[in-house]
Ligand binder design. Sequence first.
Ligand code: NI
Length: 138
Amino acid sequence: MSEIIRFGVSLEKNLLQRFDRLIRGKKYTNRSEAIRDLIRQEMVKKEWEEGGEVAGAVTFIYDHHKRDLLNRIMDLQHDYQKIIISTQHIHLDHDNCLEIVAVRGVAKEVLELADALKALKGVRNGTLSMTGTGKETK
Ligand code: NI
């Protein structure tokens, strides 16, 4: 772990009060941790925007009785196997399956795969959780 440096931040009282309310709502125990996370989020955003190596997870729900859809999901995952680290399949109930696809690769390809999965007819609640590879955000 690298050296910790303390620095002062000046801002308007109103803004600080609103920030404190915001981070209390998010269960942060102190401002430092909240500010660290904000900085990390911005760095992750930059990695995604600049098209560098990123990591994330595509999460979605679908009806497994639709065999055609099942095949399409599988085909896509084989097409993008180079950026897929792992896939977790959870049988939610009699009809619904939840799938979590962990990905790592060039931002453009990760976004392509996420969009393609979300666009499949029958795939619901598709979300892409974008994170970094951890290298830039220690
Ligand atoms: Ni299932």
